[in-house]
Design a protein around this ligand. Sequence first.
Ligand code: NDP
Ligand code: GDR
Length: 385
Amino acid sequence: MSETTGRTMSQSNPKVALITGVTGQDGSYLAEFLLEKGYVVHGIKRRASSFNTDRIDHIFQDPHVESPRFHLHYGDLSDTSNLIRIVQEVRPDEIYNLGAQSHVAVSFESPEYTADVDGIGTLRLLEAIRILGLEKKTRFYQASTSELYGLVQEVPQRETTPFYPRSPYAVAKMYAYWITVNYREAYGIYACNGILFNHESPRRGETFVTRKITRGLCNIAQGLEDCLYVGNMDALRDWGHARDYVRMQWMMLQQDHPEDFVIATGVQHSVREFVRMSAAELGLGLRFEGQGVNEIAVVETIADAEKAPALHVGDVILRVDPRYFRPTEVETLLGDPSKAKQKLGWVPEISLAQMTAEMVAADLDQARQHALLKRHGYQPTVSHE
Ligand code: NDP
Ligand code: GDR
């Protein structure tokens, strides 16, 4: 089915979607996408001691105005009664379960919490559908991941490739994957797994490697930081753009029958290559020296003094810090999105080069603002991992 021929929806009877993880990267793009399609969108956000809605503030609709189509509910994937109450209140046509402790490295530090939220949280939502008798009404999307492939058994990875998870995060997501399949088979729920490979954007969390690199290099170029510290430079990933990938999440719920799909670009790059590409966007040519923990990146050429006023040829702007190595690493991931292309007509529209340019432009803009504040005597806070 093509993107334009989804299940139909009338203006007077809009479809209702519930998104967990609406404050995250994907949740924010998906909420935008569904609102543009005419949906009523409900999102679950966690209570935090400070505002955590930066990514969705631009689509916030004042509940004091008449009939807003975007609603937020406090909730948590670890809280069963809260989830049941929200699903009961909202009675969604579609649930997108995007909420998760989504950082692989952090999952080694908080394995039990990750299992509870990412694994059992999925079960809680599926049970809510069942307890409330919504099996025939509510379609369910589960944010599954290429991390399931872990120690890869086949290249490229497709829907039939065996899993070999390599982190508490991936193991928790493996439970979520299979419980989604099981509830589809056992109770006839329209439930799908999107096995998504890495996808990024200017809204990517600052501690994931692409955003850490674009943000770090921009800060260094503007004199806000001296050096970027990263982990495994040889890791290979299949990076796409989040905007392309949320479109596919919706498409998966518009079919006649529920199925699982790999979503990827089919192209792979190393972390080092991503550093080089990001630096090039800033007009910087880099030379990589040393190996493993001794690897560094040195500025070799500067093409645009305005983008990088703080830098000189010969500056070391990147070093490897073993603190960012993982106890078990996923060295290489490369997806085969043929099934999505054939069955859904989905192809990614935004290239890695375009995405890198967009991310660097956004981070450079922010770094320039901070640099301006600094020049005028303010001390902008630049957070680090
Ligand atoms: P983010 O980390 O940006 O967003 C995660 C969201 O989950 C945030 O809204 C976060 O809230 C929320 N969340 C975290 N813990 C809980 C909890 N206990 N209860 C309710 N909500 C919670 O992730 P992405 O947007 O990048 O990813 C979306 C989903 O897709 C995740 O499940 C991720 O594991 C999965 N995935 C992501 C891929 C990627 O490359 N981006 C690839 C494959 C799968 P808060 O804002 O308060 O922290
Ligand atoms: P990943 O993304 O673990 O693939 O999970 P991340 O960007 O964190 O790491 C990608 C690769 O880069 C290496 N790396 C570093 N990673 C981080 N975060 N910080 C560093 O300094 C650094 N240096 C090198 C990592 O070791 C790794 O090999 C993401 C998340 O969005 C998951 O939720 C999602 O399921 C998968 O993508 C698909």
